[in-house]
Design a binder for this molecule. Sequence first.
Ligand code: ATP
Length: 374
Amino acid sequence: MHSDINILADTSNLFYIGGVVRDKILEKESFDIDLTYVGNAIEYAQTIKNAEILKINEPFGTVRVRIDGQETDIASTRSEIYERPGHLPIITQIGCSLKQDVLRRDFTINTLAQNYKTGEIIDYTGGLDDIKAGKIKVLHDKSFIEDPTRILRALKFSVRFGFGLDEHTKMLRDDYLKNINYDMSFKRLKKELIETFNLNLQKAYDEFMDNKIYKLVTQKEISKTGINIQKFITEYDRLIEHSNIWLIYLATISDLANLELTKEEKKIIKDFNSIENLSLNTDYEIYNTFKNLKTETIIIYGILKNESIARHYLNNLKNITISINGADLQRMGIKPSPVYQDCFDYILKQKLANKNLTSEDEISLAKKFLINNN
Ligand code: ATP
């Protein structure tokens, strides 16, 4: 927690807001502490004793301060309108009332404010009851039209907290998904996809597919894989970069063009596309196909093409290496030449067939190979 602002400034108009209040009520740790000032937070920050102003975002009315070495963001209350549904809203007032600020938010569970000074909880939308009932409810009927990323946010919060969607909210979601406006900010959609699927929860994938939420990403019809992706990923957890987990889930959607993948993300998918139609019959073929690929790509292969081949590589082949090297061949009196590589390949093939080969065995196999091939 950050230091006590009560002794440094007048905090009567300062509020914890949104997720942080929700998390306190649920007794869960918050990812970040959001503070809102009813009025102009930038001017307010200058009245906090010993606060160092680190960053000001004038158009948004937000400010980052450092107090006693700790950094805190303070936002001004603001109201917004959506001139272009699906895109960022336009701010209509900085320093509006707390109620107006709260009414621009996504779900009732995210609208609670707690007065910094008194601890009083202000609930304009029935959010407290919805938290207790485990219900995710939008504030008005146009919510998903204005901002379709909220459909993913609803999914994210539902799987994170084990909450359900309120029936009317579910109906609004399903209506929107039947008539999506693809002129939207995919950058924000991608951020929510990443946050949702990096949780590595099968339930998120099941809901995403069963309720056709995937239609936000592609207009194509996609069928769901029967493989338990969460279990697959968890088994090979230590071989995966956690920030890429979402891509494994989303790879079941072949068309991710809208998401502007990074170079690394593109490579994971492209590598899969380049091997998906190869016929892999021997351990040697499997080994050579997978050896330079990221585990993420191999798991995608396992989900979409052949689970047993992917597992066989990861469980039995991945760690096989030959111990013989160029220096060993030189000691046998063989000058460096392309025959080295042929020799290593030959030994690798033998080793894949017989994992117990010792380094002495490798040397005698090399000798045999070189006699026949040099
Ligand atoms: P988390 O624990 O995932 O950080 P959070 O509720 O704090 O959850 P943030 O994405 O940090 O989520 O957003 C902070 C607050 O801003 C939310 O609680 C919500 O009130 C509001 N908010 C965020 N995204 C939207 C959105 N797309 N539409 C409306 N309000 C939003």
